[in-house]
Design a protein around this ligand. Sequence first.
Ligand SMILES: Nc1ncnc2c1ncn2[C@@H]1O[C@H](COP(=O)(O)OP(=O)(O)OP(=O)(O)O)[C@@H](O)[C@H]1O
Length: 697
Amino acid sequence: MGTTTTPTPRPDWSLTPRGTVSATAQGALALAALASIGDLTGLNPIWGGAATAAGALGTVVVSAHHDHGPASLLYRLGCWLGAGAWWTYTLATTPWNLNTFAALGIGALTAGLLAPLGRHTPRAPRRPGTALVLRHTSRIGAEWEARIQRVCRLRVTVTDVTMWATRTGYDVHLDLPGAGSTLAQISGAADALATDARLPEGCGVEVGPGMHRAAVVLRVSTVNRLEEEVPFPPLTTSASITDPVEIGEYRNGDVVQVPMRQASALVIGQTGSGKTILLNVLTSGVARCRDALVWHIDLNGGSLSQMWLAPWLDGRTDRPAVDWAASTPAEALDMALAALRIAKDRKTSARKLKIAADTTLMPVSPDLPEIVIFLDEGAEAVSPGDRSVRELREALEEIQRIGRDSAVRIVASSLRSTSDVLPPMIKKMSHVRIAMYVQDQSELGLMYEHNRAVNVADLPGPGCGFVQIGQATPRPFKGQYMLPSTVISAAVQIAAVRPELDERAQRFAGRAYADRYERMHAAFTDHDTDDAEGYERAIPAAPVAPARHLTVLPGGGGAEAWADPFDLARHRPAAPAPTSAAAWPEPRRPILRAEQIHPVNPAPQTRPVPPIMARALAAFAAADAERLHSAELADALGLSQTELADALRPYGIAPLEQPFKRSGTRARGYALEDFRVIAGGHTPGSQARVTPGHSAL
Ligand SMILES: Nc1ncnc2c1ncn2[C@@H]1O[C@H](COP(=O)(O)OP(=O)(O)OP(=O)(O)O)[C@@H](O)[C@H]1O
């Protein structure tokens, strides 16, 4: 058994204080020694004052550096000032009397008793980003912290609140508390949070990821912007399919950008939800690209393709804007099989191109364009229950499976997303999923796998929808509003500049593709309007830059020859000119501005003023105003703003582009002049009367 030896502790002769008492005693003795030396050497008291000031300043700087708390700083400052004052006093007088040493003793005792205050106590940790929260938004941040605690039982930290540029809402940035909390817990409670915040009807809370896994962004809308119209912007034709297609706006004013180079898309929506208008916007977004072609499968009586083909059917363009449109299941099958052959061929034939471009994705170009097949309400036509269309369905499904790299993509639309009408594969393979206005929550549930962030209450009406891109949370948006006249002028513009299908693909597409124009002409001319004269009037003679000038065509005749409201609607301003003026057709009739025309004598007979015009004119008269805000006019006519816009659209009357101020409020609205013109009144200073083909815009 061995013995253990305990090492003898070595004596510690250092002057380092062992505790509060020794530190206090050492301090007092050192001070007394300094006072004695000062007295013996006759040191000037000014050095005492200087040493005190330097010590106090050093204490402040060092405390700030070590982030000492306020109590610690005050204690250290107090010690320096007390000791310094005592020493300076002894230099000015003498330390050798009882009172002076009594003061030193009391000072040392006080410093010893208060010593715990001097310990290093760092400030309370600052909540990340709290300093960034501006004063006027910090109240909002505090409210949301309390709300999330109440509704989700999570103690989150709001790090920032930013107002939207549109002033119609704000973003709340927050950090989750950890301890197993996830973004899903908050997004699942989005509806409850919106209710708790008492947001107005149609407004809501969108929950999205932040900069890291524990960061969350709440997009809170406080004004229902989805009720406002998003006009279709002027069309440009130099885009590439590798750029996303813009289809509308989110609540915060951000543009909805849909990637179309690699993604297939699915659009659902009940009748009247705005599907066709959205498909028109998507068609223009793809067809305007220098490296993409649109093919339509339109088994729905031509409701999608008709207007895109109209300028070509009418002989105004040499080729249609839409490269191929199928109106029968047989031709749709020919199209799908042709696209499939092209996709398969490109898989191997594009290999050299990929190596040359050193890219893993087939590079598209005007010489090798992407093909996007639009299937208008055709999902039903390829529904799983229908055996007769099995081949078409299988071909489309295979394109979705293999056509990403080969740049053959599908945009399918359907009334519903249930598996009895929509092949599950088409839904599964659609990277972009858009659900236009529906009344039934279960429809949205089926489309977005019952994502709890998706609520039918967030869609105030037609033209609104949810869009989901990839795995992102579906977000409400308002689609761009594309009018028939805009489609037709876009078709003219696109037909002039779009690419042709590459020769190799044409060979793989076969005879069905080579003969397509004849069949399209026959099929879609059949659907054309009998009123050729009226239809010609609807086609813009030449594109004009959007401007709210009164444009009147010369003419005469009786009131019976007035333009149909639908024609008037189609004479709205068109998009800007295509790349070359030579591409434009000759105008049928010269277009003159109001100030350029001579008065026309009023016709003896006049058509009765439409009731909506009469009531609107009365509302302007009652308000004694030349302009009225949309809300005011809608109220006066007992309509909602959307109903008012819908009622006036056939007459070509739309709100003024620029908002204006009335009673201190700035908003968009209508001009009396527009109603006067349509109602057959006289524009100020003019005797011009609207005659057939006249446009009020
Ligand atoms: N983006 C929009 N902005 C404003 N209103 C819109 C918009 N989209 C659609 N609407 C309104 O909804 C109506 C129906 O639109 P659209 O014809 O596109 O619907 P749909 O779903 O194709 O209907 P259907 O299946 O019956 O043809 C339009 O006449 C218009 O009043």
